[in-house]
Design a protein around this ligand. Structure first.
Ligand code: PGA
Length: 251
């Protein structure tokens, strides 16, 4: 399966590089809603368009919201749901996130569900115990966020999970880096958890949190890590180039 690299601009406007030849990896750019159309028109067909959020209904009296169908009509193929910044600043609950995941899958779009523990517990001294705490936290998120999702109703290959330890996110986290081996262990655990819920699963699990041109290969060298969700580095053309070129070599 191809690795996916998702560039999340968050609430920023940036320039993207021109990519005309690309069969090795899947590249997705997620600009703010207001720039979806413009970015789509400037991208080559080798790059896919993604949104950073959506609502769970397709139309109605929901002031300020945007539906999956509206996004689809704009050419969006991927929707990020449950990003930790939305959980934190907008008080998005697991119940809301579950409705969004459902709505995105119903619209036959790909959903990128973000999960991850908020902090490292200062009272937990050793790595094993930290990881065990993270696993329990993420397991609960997955159970709630995917509560109403069944493999008999949806193409589960449209479900992509991004493991993003919140403390490792460059701008909203603590500045600490997640060790690639720890990310790998968490991603294997997420795969197992999903496998036990959906009997057939060929979905990709990505890593996100301070990924840049320097460290991306440390994560993507593992076959279990299906790609990366990149925030801060997606605003810098040099970083984007490095990331894309390195990923092509790895795959
Ligand atoms: P970062 O953001 O790459 O800046 O850490 C990742 C994310 O928030 O998805």
């Amino acid at each position: 399966m191809k690795k996916i690299i998702i560039f999340n601009w968050k609430m920023n406007v940036a320039d993207f590089i021109r990519v005309d030849k690309n069969n090795e990896i899947e590249i997705v750019v997620c600009p703010p809603f207001t720039h979806l159309e413009k970015v789509k028109n400037s991208l080559s067909s080798k790059i896919k368009l993604g949104a950073q959020n959506c609502f769970w209904e397709n139309e109605g009296a929901y002031t300020g919201e945007i539906s999956p169908i509206m996004l689809k009509n704009l050419g969006v193929e991927y929707v990020i749901v449950g990003h930790s910044e939305r959980r934190k600043y907008l008080n998005e609950t697991d119940e809301m996130i579950n409705k969004k995941v459902l709505a995105v899958l119903k619209a036959r779009l790909r959903v990128v569900l973000c999960v991850g523990e908020p902090s490292r517990k200062s009272q937990i001294a050793n790595r094993k115990a930290q990881i065990s705490y993270a696993k329990q936290y993420v397991k609960k998120q997955l159970q709630k966020d995917l509560k109403t999702i069944s493999s008999s109703r949806f193409a589960i290959s449209n479900l992509i999970v991004a493991y993003e330890p919140v403390w490792a996110i460059s701008t909203s986290g603590t500045g600490k880096i997640c060790q690639p081996e720890d990310a790998l262990e968490m991603i294997k655990f997420i795969k197992q958890t999903l496998n036990s819920k959906f009997s057939i699963l060929n979905s990709r699990i990505l890593y996100g949190g301070s990924v840049d041109g320097k460290n991306i290969k440390d994560f993507l060298k593992y076959k279990e890590i299906g790609g990366a969700l990149v925030g801060g580095a997606s605003l810098k053309k040099n970083e984007i180039k490095k990331i894309i070129n390195l990923c092509r070599v790895i795959t």
